[in-house]
Design a protein around this ligand. Sequence first.
Ligand code: TXA
Ligand code: MG
Length: 328
Amino acid sequence: MSKETYIYTTSEEDLKAAAKVLSEGGLVAFPTETVYGLGADAFDPGAAKKAYAAKGRPSDNPLIVHIAKFGDLKRLTAVFDDEKEKRMQRLAEKLSEAFWPGPLTMIFPKRDEVPYETTGGLGTVAVRMPASDATLKLIEYSGTLLAGPSANISGRPSPTSWLHVRYDLDGKIDGIIAGDPCEGGIESTVLDLRTMTVLRPGLITPEMISAVTGEEVTYDKALFEKPSEDPDYHPMAPGQKYRHYAPKAEMRIVPEEKLEARVSEERAKGKKVGFIKKPDAKSFFAKLREFDAQGMDIIFVVPLPEGDSLSFSVMNRVLKSAGYNIEK
Ligand code: TXA
Ligand code: MG
């Protein structure tokens, strides 16, 4: 069913109007510093279901809840009473002080009020405070908290401008807040506080988290493997098992010294070829969408050298969007 998707500015009047739509169970996409999110009332199971439907996303893939101030956390997570939970709270306080608003998502035990539709059936809830003044106001004005998966059709590159959101979701959602393009360009780091494990790498690195907490931080080992297609595969971050970020073109990762030869070879076959020599967080997803608009048949990407955590985060997106298609 098609509906009119209203484009809101970031004026006070428009943010209030958009907040009202959200408080009534509607869907409005919002800007953040990472990628655009598809806002839905986190306490309304019907709104969460609509967000999954609009994206075409499997409903066992949990959503991140966006808050506007640290105090909002109490509305989502159970009271901290035992020692283990108190330790989590101390870590959360330090990390939120250092990185919120910003691209860090932390996982907590959920309160009963948070519906399983929002958490993809899990007993935990993922939370972050986005660094966008417009979106922080939107959350405040809505009177609720906002679930916000990336505002793209499931499987496509994440949207880093409101135009990408409109391209994917026009006619499927109630509105889009036309804010600035995203500065970060890749989604937030997802951290499991119980084990201090990074489930999804992002711009906040394990070293940065360690420096603030004094704790050892590791990567989930699923990040080093090609995701299994086995239906019984249940990684810690359920999102990891799905094909992600894919452009329409075929995508291949090639060593730098082979790039020129491969580009010429494919062009000689009459193919339209795009390439990225040095993928970076801010422009990678936008570049894939640009190549799609140009009707490229094949995209080559040169991998970043190993060893650096920010490069690791970018390469996580490159590998997924290329479907682990690596040429030697
Ligand atoms: O930067 C971001 O995080 C963006 C912006 C809009 O805030 N949002 C985003 O949401 O990337 P989404 O839904 O596309 O990705 C959510 C990720 C998935 O990989 C999901 O599996 C993981 O977070 N996640 C959410 N809740 C979780 C939980 N309770 N336990 C483990 N992983 C969780
Ligand atoms: Mg996403």
